[in-house]
Design a protein around this ligand. Structure first.
Ligand SMILES: Nc1ncnc2c1ncn2[C@@H]1O[C@H](COP(=O)(O)OP(=O)(O)OP(=O)(O)O)[C@@H](O)[C@H]1O
Ligand SMILES: [Mg+2]
Length: 402
């Protein structure tokens, strides 16, 4: 594809979604002198704190979304979240607005069924065995042949919302209710998958350029709880054959989706417990057409972070090399209670260790399990980096301001 973005600076960049990942994209853009317009549903969102303009918009409302884009006419629209009026993005794209990576990619990846059909059926990529259902009865019938346990997910949801692991037929009704309660939008479709007892799950950050080859970051290992990532580390120990397989799968899917930008491609590495990394099977899970939360670790682990890479790819700037700077790890800092205003204790203690950083996102309020910050660390080994990130995060307490 030709490079439509080899334009003079400053470019105007609009972020749809202004969370902690968007904030880092905004910082990368500001460093290159770009003008940043940060859009979110609430004022004071993280990326708005470092943007030229903040706009509060209900981004699921097509008219509101089109109005804010047409008002600013940015050079590129960079989605940071899934919950967008994707038909409005397609309409804007047809008016000549560049949507990253493409409007179609935002629509396909928003729906688990569309991306799964593309990967498994169209491209023949190995995924967990799966089926779809649109009622509790259909779910019971679809689950049984997969073998227990199964994982049930609404086709539209993120951060594990509405997702449950079902051990047997008696759990189906509750899983159906949980999926309906956690689904985004009106649909009643769920995906049911075989439960994969994986050895490791990884994110392969994949950079698709307007021109030039598709590039890959060193794999990132991570651990998820309650649908959100808790810690990640890079580079993850992945066998050469597995890495090549994952890269080929990531390239096939991202080439089909088109456009340019960084994608977070998620895989499970499956095999017998304690199996040697060289014997594990690579199973594609899903992907996001944007920087991935597990990739926050690249802020310390790479010469160019996932945010720098996303911006360079989007603007058609060169990416001459992606290099690991050695073992690095991240650990999230979560709120434990609801608070209108928060203060952080223990920041000084956390920063005493060399090669450790703390990022606090500046979110205005807290609720239980809300991600408020992250601790990052480098170490001589993966184990040391992970231990340092854990120790730093554990020192920080999120408190309600008295
Ligand atoms: N078939 C499966 N077998 C075992 N574990 C699974 C399976 N599907 C999902 N999980 C676990 O649940 C996590 C979340 O699932 P998934 O990535 O599909 O949902 P998500 O809500 O899109 O998450 P996010 O958007 O935050 O990446 C996975 O990272 C993995 O730990
Ligand atoms: Mg996921």
């Amino acid at each position: 594809m030709p490079n439509p973005h080899a334009k003079s600076f400053p470019a105007t960049v609009m972020l749809l979604g202004s969370g902690e990942l968007g904030k880092e994209v905004a910082i990368a853009a500001q460093r290159l002198g770009c003008r940043v317009i940060a859009v979110d549903r609430y004022a004071g969102a993280p990326a708005m704190q470092v943007a030229d303009v903040g706009e509060v918009v209900a981004m699921g409302d097509p008219e509101a979304l089109k109005a804010v884009v047409r008002q600013h006419r940015p050079d590129v629209v960079i989605p940071e979240i899934e919950a967008l009026a994707v038909d409005a993005l397609a309409e804007l794209e047809s008016e000549g607005i560049t949507v990253i990576p493409t409007a179609r990619a935002t629509a396909v990846t928003m729906n688990r069924d569309r991306i799964r059909d593309l990967a498994a059926q169209e491209l023949g990529i190995r995924t967990a065995r799966f089926a779809y259902a649109e009622s509790g009865a259909e779910l019971a019938a679809a689950a049984a042949p997969l073998g227990w346990p199964v994982v049930v997910k609404p086709v539209m949801s993120s951060s594990g919302k509405g997702q449950s692991v079902v051990k047997g037929p008696e759990g189906i009704a509750a899983a159906w209710d949980a999926a309906m309660a956690g689904a985004r939008g009106e649909g009643t479709r769920v995906i049911v998958e075989e439960f994969l007892p994986f050895e490791l799950e990884i994110t392969l950050l994949t950079v698709k350029q307007w021109e030039g080859e598709t590039l890959f970051c060193p794999p990132i290992g991570h651990i998820q709880e309650r649908g959100d990532y808790q810690c990640s580390w890079q580079p993850a120990a992945v066998g050469a054959r597995q890495l090549a397989t994952a890269q080929a799968m990531a390239k096939a899917v991202t080439s089909n989706l088109g456009g340019a930008g960084l994608f977070g491609v998620e895989f499970f590495l499956c095999g017998p417990p304690g199996g040697h990394p060289d014997g594990l099977e690579v199973v594609f899970s899903e992907l996001s057409p944007r920087p991935h939360d597990t990739g926050l670790v690249t802020l310390m682990g790479q010469n160019l972070s996932e945010f720098d890479l996303h911006l360079r790819a989007v603007l058609g700037l060169p990416i001459p090399a992606i290099r690991s700077l050695g073992p690095a790890a991240s650990r999230v800092i979560l709120a434990t209670e609801t608070a209108e205003t928060v203060v952080f204790e223990g920041v000084a203690a956390a920063l005493r260790e060399p090669d450790t950083e703390v990022m606090l996102f500046g979110k205005p309020d807290a609720r239980p399990h809300r991600r408020m910050g992250v601790a990052l660390a480098q170490g001589a080994t993966e184990a040391e980096a992970r231990r340092k990130a854990e120790t730093a995060a554990a020192q920080i307490q999120v408190k309600a301001q008295a």
